[in-house]
Design a protein around this ligand. Structure first.
Ligand code: NAD
Length: 432
């Protein structure tokens, strides 16, 4: 099939590349000329395991091409995916300006029948608005499908190639068949393609992210309570996760969720509900708890140093909002670094892939270290913010030898408190 993908970010690029990998002809368009230039040279503008190799293979086979000319991606394709960003507006509502801009571009270039697929995460009713924009400006037949994406950064290729499910919001039988045909190679292991109307498909994406965010905020509340009353959140997690009705995924407390999805999607859903006259009280609390959680480490650090933070050197391991990605959007590390910088702390940071992004955000305000142990040199304390695999079993003796102090603030509970204390560290975890 001939497929156009508009927006070559984390979602659009993975979507286009994976469709090409299945033999489709895909053209990805993005307004960011730098991004497209990199892609044309076989380089990936983002870090995502396995993506670069797939881009190179499919561009080499001429199944995957890149352009800054959005019209070109629309004109040559039967199916046009909209995969542009839908960031938060100041008031928390979803900013749909990029989606509508693409809808207008589609209308301007509609010379024959097309299926327009909304892949971006969009509030309920967006498919109707996109349909309106195109119909007002074009006289050719078209259909609009809602097809939210559930991939996780850091495992995006795997998730796209073997999704738990594919959600298709559409009503025309022929369109549903074409979409099923497109996704058939990805669901060979009997994963379901779930068909519903546009509105339910749009809400399904928000409901999924809101549910996951709620689990995290819930566990963060339980962890904070543990600290107040002398219980251990790890034991509680085991105790509740083994209940089959609850299960273990997404029960880890930490320094709050970040990323380009959970924070903005929870806010957008609250906003959608408000617009329709309904208060989503649980989700308002989920968001509040998360904001508070991003600030729980700094008071602990301040207390450890008896209020004297000024001039202290602190090492930080992990900058990205989660492991296996260079994405720092809404990352807890940003909020922690800002708080410490404002208290004149000297920060020495390391991340396996996000240093470039951190440099873009923080410039010369902090010291960047290419190796984890370099960040520890002369540090009075170390903060673990992102649980990259390589941080799980470090050489504790070496760490101790490099540091000037002995405090470890483990924002993801990846170290064993008993062992850490035996090693001579003063260890602080979350909820234990
Ligand atoms: P992104 O910021 O990485 O990519 C968006 C891209 O769209 C950018 O490259 C931007 O230059 C481009 N763009 C913006 N306006 C354009 C236009 N008019 N024409 C062409 N290109 C344009 O965003 P992302 O993380 O890929 O997210 C895209 C959508 O997918 C969002 O709605 C997001 O909520 C959703 N989503 C993201 C994830 C994720 O893990 N990142 C997962 C599921 C769903």
């Amino acid at each position: 099939m001939n497929i156009g993908v508009v927006g070559a970010g984390y979602v659009g690029l993975v979507t286009g590349t994976c469709f090409a990998e299945m033999g489709n002809d895909v053209i990805c368009a993005d307004v960011d000329a730098k991004k497209i230039d990199m892609l044309k040279r076989g380089r990936s503008p983002i870090y995502e395991p396995g993506l670069k190799e797939l881009i190179q293979r499919n561009t080499h086979e001429n199944r995957l091409t890149f352009t800054t000319n959005v019209a070109e991606a629309i004109q040559g394709s039967l199916i046009v995916f909209i995969a542009v960003g839908t960031p938060s507006r100041e008031d928390g509502a979803c900013d749909l300006s990029h989606v509508f801009e693409v809808a207008r571009a589609i209308a301007d270039n509609l010379k024959e029948y097309k299926i327009v697929v909304i892949k971006s995460t969009v509030p309920v009713g967006t498919a109707d608005k996109v349909r309106e924009i195109i119909a007002d400006n074009a006289s050719v037949e078209f259909d609009v499908v809602s097809n939210p994406e559930f991939l996780k950064e850091g495992a995006a290729i795997d998730d796209f190639m073997r999704p738990d499910r594919v959600v298709i919001g559409a009503d025309d039988v022929r369109v549903i068949e074409i979409m099923k045909e497109l996704y058939r190679p990805f669901v060979r292991t009997s994963r379901p393609i779930i068909v519903m109307e546009n509105r339910s498909a749009e809400l399904t994406k928000y409901a999924a992210n809101a549910m996951l965010a709620a689990r995290i905020s819930f566990m963060n509340e339980i962890a904070n309570l543990c600290e107040h009353i002398g219980a251990n959140v790890n034991s509680v997690r085991e105790g509740i996760g083994s209940d089959q009705r609850i299960g273990f995924p997404f029960l880890f407390p930490g320094v709050g969720y970040g990323g380009s999805c959970f924070p903005k999607d929870v806010k957008a859903l609250v906003s959608t509900a408000k617009e329709s006259g309904y208060d989503m009280r649980i989700l308002e609390a989920v968001d509040d708890v998360n904001t508070r959680q991003k600030s729980i480490l700094v008071p602990k650090i301040r207390k450890h140093f008896k209020g004297k933070l000024k001039g202290k050197t602190i090492a930080m391991w992990g900058l990205s909002f989660k492991p296996r990605t260079d994405d720092m959007r809404e990352a807890p590390s940003i909020s922690i670094m800002n708080q410490l910088i404002s208290e004149s702390v000297k920060l020495q940071v390391h991340d396996p892939v996000a240093i470039k992004e951190a440099r873009r955000l923080f410039g010369r305000k902090i010291k960047y270290c290419e190796r984890p142990y370099d960040a520890l040199k002369g540090a009075h304390a170390m903060i673990l913010v992102t649980e990259w695999a390589e941080f799980r079993n470090p050489d504790f003796k070496r760490m101790k030898g490099l540091m000037a102090g002995n405090a470890i603030f483990d924002g993801r509970n990846i170290y064993n408190p008993k062992i850490m204390r035996e090693m001579g560290f003063t260890y602080y975890g979350i909820g234990q």
